[in-house]
Design a protein around this ligand. Sequence first.
Ligand code: C5P
Length: 229
Amino acid sequence: MLLTLALDLPSAKQNLKLVEELASFDIWLKVGFRSYVRDGKAFLQDIKSINPNFKIFLDLKLYDIPNTMADTAEEIASLGVDMFNIHASSGAIAMETVKKRLENYKNPPLVLAVTALTSFDNDSFSKIYGDSIKHKALEFAKMSYEHGLDGVVCSAFESKMIKEATSHDFLTLCPAIRPFGEDSGDQQRVATLEIAKKELVDFPVIGRPIYKDENPKAKVAKILEIINA
Ligand code: C5P
């Protein structure tokens, strides 16, 4: 498991202060839509200059026509980030076009597909996709695997099932992790680190339980101890 910290603090300054505090850990950092729109390329460079071993997951969730997505994927690859994501519902041609275009790069970023946004309940999801979340998430995961993506963003509770239906090497990145059962906030189906481990989650995404802790460095050390046990 590779700990992925969500950098969701309200300013670049606060996020970078946190990153500096955690500079001794070689962890993954998730840069979201809001933060990238506000702080841009310079923010990514600032992160890497604090510790070049930090890996960056740019969480922009692309959804557009295949050619525009592939053009954007190339721009993302040239930023030097390590992973980004697209919506699975953008389709098989978009997946293939994006991956094909990245073949021109020496160390291309990993590409994950978002299956179902966790903000949907089953009813509102079915109105758009005509299917239950669980069934559709599995179908999207299989499609992403068959069309060459590296993994999916999914619920920790779906990780093992997805790997069994695709491959154990097909990556799962799962938000809504509360390592030691902390406050779930607005997240619905939260999983502890123990559950994430049993579910074979590759990237547990953790935000508030780390950056709201009074000692984020000690919290990360404790999380890594469990991950590496
Ligand atoms: O603070 P918390 O640990 O809940 O943060 C989870 C992170 O994962 C946030 O950045 C949130 O936007 C993101 N995320 C999510 N559910 C998804 C996709 C991303 O919670 N389906």
